[in-house]
Design a protein around this ligand. Structure first.
Ligand code: PRX
Length: 652
C-alpha cells in the first residue's frame, strides 16, 4: 500500500540549512566521492581546535578506528567557552522543575558552574584525566554541570539512569571501576520527593572502587551520611574558583561510557570519544532540528539515556542553542503539561518518544488545542517506530499540520542520528525514518550475500563506512565489541557495522525500520535485553527456568512477557505471591522499568534437542498468533499446546 506523503513546509524550507532534496543529494554525493574531504571540512569548520588534526580517518585497524588524529580539543570549551564572546547572556539551559519552579542558566552562568564543579572534582576528590565518574542524578541542571565538568578535566563520565536499582548501579560502577559517584539526595516526581541517595548507599555497601560520593541537595530530605566518603556539593562548591583550565584532550580520548543492553545478561559499556562525537552531535542539531540562534529547543528525554546526552546537553550546547531541561513527568499534573510548557517557553523544536506521544494522545487528545503552539517548527520522535494514529495526532493537533516530523533513527552506539528526515527537505512518510543523513553510508543488506536488498525485501540495517560519532569500544572488552557489531554482516567480504535492526526500502528508496533482529526488546523506547531480565528473574529461589520475549503493547510499544517454570508447583493463590516476589527481584536487580507486563507459569519451555529455547514460538504465543512454525525439531513438541493452554487460561 502506498503511504501518504507530506511535503516540507515551504516557508520553513526557505530558511532551512538544507532546503531541498537536491541539496541533500549534493551533500551525500560529496561524502561518497571524497569521504575524508567531506568530514575533514566539517571538522575544521565546526570544532574549535587547540591543535588542528593531521589525519581525518585511520581505519587500518578496523573496527578500531581513529578520527581526526593529532587534533587536540576540549569538549567543554566547545560547548561553553567559545560562546562567551557572542552569547554570554544567552540562556544555555532553561530548567523547569516538577513543581513548576524555573531557572534560567546563561552561557556565562554555565561557564562558572562548570568551572567550579571541575575544580571541586579535581581539587577535593583528586579526579584526574581518564578516571571514571558515575553520575546518578535526577534531571536538574547540576547533572549537566557534572557531565561538562568531567569533560573539562578529562574524566570519563558514566551516567546511570535514575530509575535503575542499586544492583544495576553497582554492576555499572564495578565494570567501569569508578572512583567517584555524583548523586543528589533525591528529586521531585508528581509533586512528591523521591530519593536517590539511599540507592547509592546500597550500591556501595560491599566492596567498591568508589572513594567519594558527592551529594547535590535537591529535595532536602534527610539522608544518611558516611563520614569521609560523602560530601555536600552545596557546601564544597562555595569555595571553588570560577576558572578551571580545560584539560587538553586528544580527538580520540574517551568522553563518556554509557551502559546499554545487549544479547547477554551483562550490559555493555558503550564508549564514545571526544572529537567525532561532539562534531556529529552539533551537526545533527543543525541539520535535523535546524535550530536557529533565537530558538528554544526541548528534548524530553532523561540524561540517563543517549538521547539526553547528545540532544539535551552536548549537541545543543555545542551549537550555542537554548536547551530546556525538565525534571517532571509530562503527564503531571495533567496531559496538557508539555503544551503549556511549549506555550510558556515559546518552544520551537520539541523532541520526544512515540510512547510519550501515545500517552499524551490517550490521556489528553484535545489538550493541544487549549494552548498556543504556534512557536513550534519541528517535532521529533526517537527510540521506537511511531504508529500511524500517534503520528497523525502529533502532526495535526500538535504541529498544526505545518511542522515537519523528524522520525530520527539511531542508537546508543551511533552517538547521534543516522537515518532521519531533514525538516526543510525530505518529503515525509509517516512511520518512516526516510534516508541516511549526509555523510552516513547506511544500507539495508542481505545478511547472507552482503548485497543491498531489493525494494520490499527485508534485510539488516548496516553502516558500511565508519562515521565520526561511532562507538569506539565496549569498555574493557575488545572481543565483545567486535562480536556484537562486526561479525554478522560482510559487504564485499569486509565486516561492516550491523545495527541489530531489520529494515527495508520502499519503491522511492525510503528506509523503514522493522525492529530488532536480536533478543533485545524496546520498552517505551528503552532497550531491554531479554537475557538481562531473565538473569534477574532467575535470582528468585523458586524459578527453575525462564524465557522472556517482547509482546506488542498499546502504549509502551513493546511489553515484557515472561514464561516461567517454577521449581515447585503451586496453586493460584501462591502463584499470585510468586508474581509479587518475582517483581520484587526485578525491582532489586534492574529497576521498575523492567517489570513484566505478563507472567505465565508453564510446565516446560519449547527447546530443541540441543537445548536451545525456540523463542520464535514463544513470541507467537505471546501475540496470540496461531503456531505455523515447524515444531517437529523440538525435544517435546507437545509442550507447545500445553503452553498455549497455560497462556489462554492465565488469570495473573
Ligand atoms: O531498535 C532501534 C530503536 O531503538 C534502538 C536503539 O536503542 P537505544 O540505544 O536505547 O537508543 C534509543 C535512542 C536513540 C534501535 O536499535 N530505534 C531508535 N530509533 C528508532 C528506533 N526504531 C524505529 N524508529 C526509530 N526512529
Amino acid at each position: 500500500m502506498k503511504k501518504e506523503i507530506f511535503k516540507p513546509n515551504r516557508g520553513f524550507a526557505k530558511d532551512a540549512r538544507i532546503k531541498n532534496m537536491c541539496e541533500y543529494q549534493a551533500l551525500q554525493d560529496a561524502a561518497t566521492e571524497d569521504y575524508e574531504g567531506f568530514w575533514g571540512g566539517y571538522a575544521k569548520e565546526k570544532i574549535d581546535w587547540v591543535t588542528p588534526f593531521t589525519n581525518v580517518l585511520d581505519e587500518s585497524n578496523f573496527p578500531f578506528v581513529k578520527w581526526f588524529e593529532g587534533g587536540k580539543l576540549n569538549v567543554s570549551t566547545q560547548c561553553i567557552d567559545r560562546h562567551l564572546d557572542t552569547r554570554k547572556n544567552k540562556a544555555a539551559i532553561i530548567f523547569e522543575g516538577d513543581r513548576g519552579d524555573k531557572q534560567i542558566i546563561t552561557y556565562l552562568d554555565l561557564y562558572y558552574n562548570v568551572n567550579r564543579f571541575a575544580n571541586l572534582l579535581k581539587n577535593e576528590f583528586d579526579v584526574k584525566k581518564g578516571d571514571r565518574v558515575v553520575i546518578y542524578m535526577p534531571m536538574i541542571p547540576e547533572a549537566a554541570y557534572a557531565m561538562l565538568a568531567c569533560a573539562r578535566i578529562g574524566a570519563i563520565h558514566s551516567i546511570v539512569f535514575g530509575g535503575f536499582s542499586s544492583e544495576a548501579l553497582k554492576d555499572r560502577i564495578e565494570d567501569a571501576e569508578a572512583k567517584v559517584v555524583i548523586t543528589a539526595d533525591g528529586a521531585y516526581r508528581k509533586d512528591k520527593p523521591y530519593m536517590l541517595k539511599p540507592v547509592v548507599d546500597e550500591a556501595l555497601s560491599g566492596k567498591t572502587p568508589v572513594k567519594k560520593v558527592l551529594v547535590v541537595e535537591r529535595n532536602g530530605e534527610d539522608v544518611t551520611w558516611v563520614a569521609g566518603r560523602d560530601y555536600s556539593y552545596n557546601e564544597l562548591i562555595k569555595h571553588q574558583r570560577v576558572t578551571c583550565e580545560p584539560e587538553v584532550m586528544d580527538s580520540e580520548d574517551p568522553l563518556f561510557l554509557l551502559y546499554t543492553s545487549g544479547s547477554t545478561g551483562q550490559p555493555k559499556g558503550v564508549q564514545h570519544n571526544s572529537a567525532g562525537y561532539i562534531l556529529w552531535a552539533q551537526m545533527t542539531m543543525e541539520w535535523v532540528f535546524d535550530v536557529k540562534e533565537n530558538d528554544t529547543y526541548w528534548c524530553t528525554a532523561d540524561i540517563g539515556w543517549i538521547t539526553g546526552h547528545t540532544y539535551i546537553v552536548y549537541g545543543p550546547l555545542a551549537m550555542g542553542a537554548t536547551t530546556v531541561m525538565f525534571e517532571g513527568v509530562i503527564t503531571h499534573p495533567d496531559a496538557g503539561r508539555p503544551w503549556r510548557m511549549v506555550e510558556e517557553h515559546r518552544i520551537n523544536q520539541f523532541y520526544t518518544a512515540p510512547t510519550a506521544i501515545r500517552v499524551l494522545h490517550k490521556m489528553g487528545e484535545h489538550e493541544p488545542a487549549k494552548y498556543d503552539l504556534s512557536s513550534l517548527k519541528v517535532l521529533g520522535t526517537v527510540g521506537e517506530p511511531i504508529d500511524p494514529p500517534a503520528w497523525k495526532w502529533y502532526y495535526e493537533k500538535v504541529g498544526g499540520s505545518r511542522c515537519a516530523i523528524v522520525d530520527t533513527y539511531w542508537q546508543t552506539e551511533t552517538g547521534g542520528h543516522i537515518v532521519s528526515p531533514l525538516p526543510g527537505a525530505t518529503p515525509i512518510k509517516p512511520g518512516c525514518a526516510t534516508f541516511p543523513l549526509p555523510g552516513i553510508i547506511a544500507e539495508v543488506l542481505d545478511p547472507q550475500s552482503g548485497k543491498k536488498v531489493e525494494v520490499g525485501e527485508s534485510g539488516y540495517l548496516c553502516i558500511t563506512r565508519p562515521w565520526p560519532s561511532m562507538i569506539r569500544g565496549v569498555w574493557g572488552d575488545e572481543k565483545r565489541y567486535k562480536k556484537s557489531y562486526f561479525e554478522d554482516v560482510k559487504k564485499e567480504g569486509k565486516p561492516v557495522y550491523f545495527t541489530g535492526d531489520g529494515a527495508h526500502y520502499d519503491e522511492d528508496g525510503y528506509i523503514t525500520i522493522t525492529g530488532r533482529t536480536d533478543d533485545v526488546i524496546n520498552v517505551s523506547g528503552h532497550r531491554m535485553g531479554t537475557a538481562e531480565v531473565e538473569a534477574a528473574i532467575k535470582k528468585h529461589s523458586n524459578v527453575a527456568e525462564v524465557a522472556v520475549v517482547g509482546k506488542p503493547h498499546e502504549i509502551k510499544g513493546e511489553g515484557i512477557f515472561a514464561y516461567i517454570v517454577l521449581k515447585s508447583d503451586c496453586g493460584i493463590a501462591d502463584e499470585i505471591e510468586e508474581v509479587k516476589a518475582i517483581n520484587k527481584v526485578i525491582q532489586r536487580e534492574i529497576g521498575n522499568i523492567a517489570l513484566c507486563d505478563d507472567v505465565v507459569f508453564v510446565s516446560g519451555l519449547p527447546k530443541t534437542r540441543s537445548g536451545k529455547i525456540m523463542r520464535r514460538i514463544l513470541r507467537s504465543i505471546a501475540k496470540g498468533q496461531e503456531i505455523t512454525q515447524d515444531i517437529s525439531t523440538l525435544e517435546d513438541p507437545s509442550i507447545v499446546a500445553t503452553i498455549v493452554t497455560a497462556v489462554r487460561s492465565c488469570k495473573l
